[in-house]
Write a protein that binds this ligand. Structure first.
Ligand code: ZN
Length: 222
């Protein structure tokens, strides 16, 4: 085996521990590992990285905000594998080996940080409120968040006419209507829309959604 060929096998280790090495190359690498102490040692160093990635990939879905998608680990591992193969074709064997491992470590670090952030972020207390749908096809639920600067209406809905504009107002206990924002209908597709008002929670009595013509299509009394 030439030094060049050995370097390529070392590069393969990165993709191998990530489960991204094609079968033929996997077989060749495993045969080589049987009698190469240095590659075996390098594999032992890389394996914990791959294990961390696998753990992230296999962990159950959670609903924490800003959580990376469940398949992110797979997609990143795939990208790393492709990058390693591309690099190898260009002949930058040693650089690619280092890059593959560095990328895997960076992925683990990034996902780990995101998970910590997601787990540490306090759950925002929300207050479910009753909603009356006044237009055919509209199906809406809502919850409030009592911010220090005003109440936020988190609207989850479907059935607003696609492309039509809707205006939301929070109704104050003083009888005034306070604008809380606008959105465009999404038809049958469900939408989550957060609408912010300048009314504090203890001065908010409800909210309403009106269509372009001013017709009330959703109401809520807190
Ligand atoms: Zn070797």
């Amino acid at each position: 085996m030439t030094e060049r060929e050995h370097e390529q096998l070392r590069v393969d280790l990165g993709a191998y521990v990530l489960g991204q090495l094609p079968a033929a190359e996997t077989e060749r690498l495993e045969e080589h590992l049987d009698d190469c102490a240095s590659c075996t040692a390098e594999l032992a160093e890389l394996t914990p990285v791959a294990g961390a990635l696998a753990a992230l990939r296999g962990s159950p879905d959670r609903t924490a905000p800003d959580e990376p998608p469940a398949d992110l680990g797979d997609r990143v591992a795939g990208a790393v594998g492709h990058a390693a193969r591309d690099e190898r074709r260009r002949g930058w064997a040693r650089a690619a080996g280092v890059a593959t491992v560095a990328a895997a470590v960076a992925v683990v670090a990034a996902l780990g940080v995101q998970r910590l952030v997601a787990e540490d972020a306090p759950a925002v207390p929300t207050e479910a409120v009753g909603v009356v749908d006044r237009a055919p096809g509209v199906d809406a639920t809502a919850a409030l968040v009592a911010h220090t600067w005003g109440v936020e209406v988190k609207l989850h809905a479907s059935g607003f006419a696609p492309g039509d504009r809707y205006r939301v107002a929070v109704l104050g206990t003083d009888g005034e209507r306070y604008p809380a924002g606008e959105f465009v209908g999404t038809g049958a597709r469900e939408m989550d829309c957060n609408l912010n008002s300048s009314v504090l929670r203890d001065r908010a009595a409800g909210f309403e959604v009106r269509d372009d013509t001013g017709r009330v299509v959703v109401t809520s009394t807190f």
